[in-house]
Design a protein around this ligand. Structure first.
Ligand code: SAM
Length: 247
């Protein structure tokens, strides 16, 4: 059944407008009596029946609330230094399917792509749209938030004020593996930082260390930025979250 997200709480009757209404009426060619799943801001989910259509709205009536548990027990933020081209689109889609809660796109010393303020907002909106679509497709109860593009160092300062396990994935790390670090962590919130194609600068690695952020290895091979991001999310969900079987 098609799923939409609303930014209010579920109630008996809901009127859908905007892009979702257009999609239901004109793309899906829905009719009164068709059913749909609606998820609200609080992660509640309900089955609704479409009861009325106008030129720009669709009215829904609650059939039943649905007990769903598609959210992971751990909260994960992916902090991704901007990769080249449209790779962040793929990363956003896959990270959403893997159940993460937020994506922080970062600029760092070795990032090749630079966006002016206007383009940065347009990119953020595009990535958010991709997260919305992926969340609908995979049956999430919540949509991950794509945050504004931020410089790596200021993002690191901000995140350290929270009660969260922050990991910097670093291909030159020889001592600590992500598996070992996670085995000793009791946190329920994680942030994982992945570098751009050119990796982190030594200054960035030293700065993260100063803040007390451990660097971790994902294994013996150097992974592309997108492979590293998807692998790190998968490892985290497998070790601490909900991947590996139905719960
Ligand atoms: N600095 C390298 C270079 O230019 O050859 C490689 C950078 S790698 C393509 C991009 C990012 O993926 C890295 O900054 C790191 O965050 C992550 N990464 C890739 N392989 C990794 C590994 N084996 N362990 C930890 N992180 C890795």
């Amino acid at each position: 059944m098609r799923r939409i997200f609303i930014s209010e709480l579920l109630k008996t009757n809901i009127v859908i407008t905007g892009a979702d209404a257009h999609h239901l009426s004109h793309v899906m060619r829905s009719r009164p009596g068709d059913h749909i799943v609606v998820a609200d801001d609080a992660g509640k989910v309900g089955e609704y029946v479409m009861t009325a259509f106008s030129s720009d709205s669709v009215t829904l009536e609650l059939v039943q609330l649905i007990e769903e548990n598609t959210e992971s027990p751990v909260e994960i933020i992916l902090a991704q230094c901007l990769p080249k081209g449209d790779k962040l689109e793929l990363i956003t889609q896959k990270a959403t399917e893997l159940g993460i809660n937020g994506i922080a796109p970062l600029t760092s010393d070795n990032c090749v792509v630079r966006y002016d303020a206007k383009k940065a907002v347009a990119r953020q909106e595009k990535w958010q749209k991709i997260a919305n679509e992926a969340a609908k497709q995979c049956g999430r109860q919540c949509i991950p938030e794509v945050m504004a593009i931020t410089p790596l160092k200021s993002w690191l300062q901000g995140i350290m004020e929270q009660d969260i396990e922050v990991l910097m994935c670093y291909e030159n790390e020889e001592q600590i593996g992500i598996k070992e670090l996670l085995a000793h962590s009791t946190k329920k919130k994680f942030a994982v930082i992945i570098g751009p194609e050119g990796g982190f600068s030594l200054d960035e690695v030293a700065y993260a260390k100063e803040l007390g952020i451990p660097s971790v290895s994902l294994g013996n091979r150097i992974l592309r930025a997108e492979t590293a991001a998807i692998s790190a999310m998968t490892i985290l969900q497998y070790e601490k979250g909900d991947l590996g079987g139905r719960q």
